[in-house]
Design a protein around this ligand. Structure first.
Ligand code: TMP
Length: 392
């Protein structure tokens, strides 16, 4: 049974950047999070209907940053030449495009993206992942040597069924590689903005080991990744013949020591989040009210920043606008707080004094890119791991 430890208040659909005519009917729900002592899963108390989240209007593009393009190009090298691979949640094809169209197939519920990889020549099912789809794939395309999935499984409320479907689609000895944000890193960094409607769960290795085992899969290896603010790449196998990598044991011990199996840890996390909100709002109000007329904007119109802005009550009075390089977000307004989203070009110039890092997970890439901004006295603001100002 899930026990609530955090209430992030009324929240909109995190990725639903909208136009003014849509403000009136905007959907909100109460974003609450719970911990289940039996399964060790940290999950939302109420899940938002999947068709509201993942549909033909989905805007997040995995290939939107150099960091992620490089990440997926490296990830593709994990799949041996000639083996059959299925990607679940293929987005705009940033991983898939490293394969021959005969070697790889995909499934992606957002039909705008499924059409992109379809046009590139990859057979793409515009469907959600479940046991029925696993059966369709086995009969049409055969059992798979590998299944790859990035930032997708944490989106699936019915996790057990999703793992059963993996068991069905893999051949004996087949390997499932998946990566999602790490619960340990989120707790360590107080990066509560990992929590939003799409992230039905934030996984610990402990919880995944149990859930995979319940569904006939063995966790064989864990690889920490720096992407998305700290993720884990998980290797799971159907009837493994080799040994279990020592990384599994190491992560389980580490998580036990970090208290990820105890409710108390989550209650302390919630307390830190409340303090983070007070500090962030304080800095933004100071910027606004100190009489020097500082211009504060936000860098990267992320789902994560939707959680922060709505939880902290930060609107256009404190953040003038958000710059983002994604064309589909530009000209729209941020979910809930309705901060305008503008193109990066021409809007990140010498008039900007402070930029809140909505995309803090790309801090290295952004600092490099915005070296001149920092050199002329511009400052970034972040809330991860603690609220602070970052100078040149
Ligand atoms: P993510 O944190 O969910 O991956 O989203 C990153 C968002 O930030 C995406 O909309 C692209 C945007 N972005 C920029 O606008 N400029 C940048 O330099 C980077 C790295 C990201």
């Amino acid at each position: 049974m899930k026990k609530e430890f955090l209430d992030l208040g009324q929240q909109p659909i995190a990725n639903n950047f909208l136009t003014p005519d849509q403000f009136d009917g905007e959907y909100f729900f109460n974003l609450k999070v719970g911990f289940d002592e039996d399964t060790c899963l940290v999950s939302l108390l109420d899940f938002v209907d999947k068709s509201m989240l993942f549909n033909e209007n989905y805007v997040y593009q995995s290939s939107g940053s150099q960091t992620m393009r490089k990440h997926f190009s490296d990830a593709a090298k994990l799949i041996p030449k000639g083996s059959r691979v299925l990607e679940i949640g293929s987005n705009d094809g940033v991983f898939l495009k490293h394969f021959d169209t005969k070697q790889a197939i995909a499934i992606e519920p957002c039909s705008n993206f499924a059409a992109i990889t379809g046009d590139l020549g990859y057979k793409t099912y515009a469907e959600f992942w479940d046991t029925d789809m696993a059966e369709v794939i086995v009969s049409e395309d055969g059992e798979q040597d590998y299944v790859f999935s990035a930032n997708c499984f944490c989106h699936i409320p019915t996790l057990d069924e999703a793992f059963q479907a993996i068991h069905k689609v893999l051949k004996d000895g087949g390997i499932f590689i998946f990566e999602d944000p790490s619960l340990g890193k989120m707790i360590e960094r107080t990066s509560y903005d990992q929590i939003y409607d799409e992230h039905a769960h934030i996984f610990s290795v402990t919880a995944l080991k149990k859930a995979l085992a319940r569904n006939g899969l063995t966790l064989t290896k864990v690889e920490p990744l720096s992407v998305h603010g700290g993720s884990n790449r998980i290797y799971a196998c159907k009837n493994p013949s080799g040994e279990i990598d020592r990384s599994v044991h190491e992560h389980l011990i580490e998580e036990d020591q970090a208290g990820l199996n105890k409710m108390e840890t989550y209650e302390k996390f919630a307390k830190r989040i409340r303090a983070s909100k007070i500090s962030l709002v304080h800095i933004l109000k100071e910027n606004k009210n100190n009489g020097r007329g500082y211009k504060t904007i936000s860098y990267g119109a992320t789902s994560k920043s939707t959680t922060v802005f709505n939880y902290c009550g930060i609107g256009p009075d404190l953040i003038e606008y958000i710059t983002d390089t994604t064309p589909d977000k530009q000209g729209k307004y941020s979910p809930g707080m309705h901060i305008p989203v503008v193109p990066y070009e021409g809007n990140f110039d010498e008039t900007v004094d402070y930029a809140f890092l909505g995309a803090w997970n790309f801090i290295d890439e952004i600092k490099k890119k915005e070296h001149d901004f920092l050199m002329r006295g511009g400052r970034f603001i972040t809330h991860v791991p603690i609220v602070r100002i970052i100078g040149g």
